[in-house]
Write a protein that binds this ligand. Structure first.
Ligand code: NAD
Length: 492
């Protein structure tokens, strides 16, 4: 096992120390202990990774799909064998609970499993006799070198929305993990190395903006998948598209959940609390605003306040802890500032989670669950992605008003409804403007065989990650029209 102190890149099948002089510290957000330093890799290193991937592509694309997936079967086994260790690493660098980290890795593995079906998923189509003696077919071919630029909140899962499909389709790959949580990918690349993948097929380049810009500007990179905040998604989408790359960029969110008076309130509260406070609110599918309709106001408000107060907050590695830290001191400060602003703009603080004392972890980046009531739809806190354990409450009288509120938001990542009425559920599914919809579900995360959707300012592009969208994204279609005259066969 390599020492994880100064992190390396993995280029062309070799672990390499970066030539940069710029490093960032990687801190455990619960203990504030420095675990490693991550290099901000240079353009030369990015270009070396791209060159290695381009060279590897020549043979990799000629490797039959049935052979390519054998590496993924090995990877699935290795990920399962090392799940505990990977989950601990995620918790240590990202702050979420161990159970959440294990769930994250499970989702990663599911994507590997789905990508193993590539021999059938990437099949083309054909039509015989489009005219006399003429046949037409569509075949799918890989693009070449592709790359992923990843956020901090799911260091183990999000790269797997893309990587297994890219490889299975015959592309070669570069991953740029978030500089805040680079340790998980160091470990996953050690496992990728063990699968025996040919050198250059997968490459790891650590860094931040400058490293990303070098990937965006490299003409040999054919497609980029990005997940992160909306301003960066927009920037990456436009800069990559300007140089002719295929782009898919998932952005931020501000997810509303609607609670109707007929909802099962006990279940709804439990699920809503898990959505708003799970992963300390740092999920792109975290509930951020709860809109109650009519009589749901009193029962839901009372129940969610009780649930929020009871949540056990601490170091995610400790047993019984239900919620960990936010990612950094800056993030903690930003979230506390937004809570303050929400209060100043008229919302009532029913539960204030700022500056909690967590015994043994006094310096950690903790915020306890927070609830702001009567949030004004025009207030900053109603529109801004908080990305922390903060739930705003709004109250309306009809489902139409609630749906109008949902649809007035700039984001469209997820929207959920809690009800026992099928007709209300259908209306919501039909009218809500979001890419992922939950009905009596608080985190409507699509399984690996469905696209991870997202609308409006939450997504830039056409094809999403996961499932057959990923297969379409990582292949280009070629249409062949062939004429074979019968009389040419007569000589045999
Ligand atoms: P971020 O946008 O700060 O960073 C994401 C990646 O972009 C990182 O790898 C970072 O190094 C790079 N980056 C940052 N600034 C850059 C710049 N100016 N130029 C080029 N590259 C840059 O996001 P984050 O804080 O790591 O992640 C949290 C965000 O991700 C939240 O907004 C969350 O909603 C979003 N997210 C969205 C989804 C989704 O599916 N829509 C999933 C997970 C996270």
């Amino acid at each position: 096992m390599k020492t994880l102190n100064t992190l390396s890149n993995y280029i062309n099948g070799e672990w390499c120390i970066s030539a940069t002089t710029n490093y960032l510290e990687v801190k455990n957000p619960a203990t504030v202990e420095v675990m490693a330093q991550v290099p901000l890799s240079t353009a030369t290193e990015v270009n070396a990774a791209v060159q290695a991937a381009a060279t590897a592509f020549i043979t990799w694309r000629r490797t039959p799909a049935t052979e390519r997936v054998q590496y993924l079967f090995k990877l699935k086994n290795l990920l399962e064998e090392n799940l505990e260790d990977l989950a601990r690493t995620i918790t240590q660098e990202c702050g979420k609970t161990l159970a959440e980290s294990k769930g994250e890795m499970q989702r990663a593995i599911e994507n590997v499993e789905v990508a193993c079906g590539i021999p059938i998923m990437m099949q083309g189509t054909n039509s015989e006799d489009i005219a006399r003696g003429i046949d037409e077919m569509m075949i799918r071919q890989p693009l070449g070198v592709c790359a992923a630029i990843c956020p901090f909140n799911f260091p183990g899962m999000i790269p797997f929305w893309f990587l297994p499909y890219a490889l299975a389709c015959g592309n070669t790959y570069i991953i740029k993990p978030s500089e805040k949580v680079p340790l998980t990918m160091q470990k996953i690349f050690q496992l990728l190395e063990k699968t025996g993948l040919p050198k250059g097929v997968v490459n790891l380049v650590n860094g931040a903006k400058e490293t990303v810009d070098s990937i965006l500007d490299n003409p040999q990179v054919r497609a980029i998948s990005f997940v992160g905040s909306t301003p960066v998604a927009k920037y990456i989408y436009s800069r990559g598209a300007a140089s002719g790359k295929r782009m898919q960029c998932q952005g931020g969110a501000k997810n509303p959940i609607i609670i109707l008076p007929d909802a099962d309130m006990e279940m709804t509260t439990r699920i809503a609390a898990d959505s708003a406070f799970g992963c300390a609110g740092q999920r792109c599918l975290a509930a951020s605003v709860a809109v109650t309709v009519g009589e749901a106001q009193n029962s839901f408000t009372e129940a969610i306040v009780e649930t929020a107060k009871k949540r056990i907050v601490g170091n995610g590695l400790d047993e019984n802890v239900e919620m960990g830290t936010v990612i950094s001191a800056e993030s903690q400060k930003r979230i506390e500032g937004l809570i303050q602003k929400g209060n100043e703009e008229g919302a009532k603080l029913l539960v204030d989670g700022r500056k909690p004392q967590i015994s043994g972890y006094e310096k950690g980046y903790f915020i306890r669950p927070t609830i702001l009531d009567n949030v004004n739809p025009g207030a900053t806190i109603a529109k801004t992605e908080i990305f922390g354990p903060v739930l705003g409450l709004m109250h309306v009288n009809t489902i139409d008003e609630a749906i109008a509120l949902v649809n007035s938001g700039q984001y469209g990542n997820m929207a959920c409804l809690f009800t026992t009425s099928g007709a209300a559920a259908r209306k919501f599914r039909y009218e809500a403007e979001a890419g992922n919809i939950g009905i009596n579900i608080g985190v409507a995360a699509p399984m690996a065989f469905f696209p991870f959707s997202g609308w409006k300012e939450s997504f830039f592009g056409d094809l999403h990650g996961q499932g057959n969208h990923a297969v379409e994204f990582f292949t280009q279609t070629k249409v062949v029209v062939e004429r074979w005259r019968d009389d040419w066969a007569r000589k045999f």
